[in-house]
Design a protein around this ligand. Structure first.
Ligand SMILES: [Zn+2]
Length: 45
């Protein structure tokens, strides 16, 4: 599983969940998730 944005490998938990998030069906790592969340905050505030 690779991050859609930075193409880094996303780690998975033992339950096979990614350490990160899915946005519109695409996987993102935790770092990119943070950046995206900030962007969303900027847009909405
Ligand atoms: Zn990433």
């Amino acid at each position: 599983m690779k991050c859609t944005k930075c193409k880094k490998k996303i780690k998975t938990t033992f339950l096979n969940k990614i350490i990160g998030t899915y946005i519109k069906g695409k996987p993102y790592c935790k770092d990119c998730q943070k950046k995206i969340n900030k962007k969303i905050k900027k847009i909405t505030s």
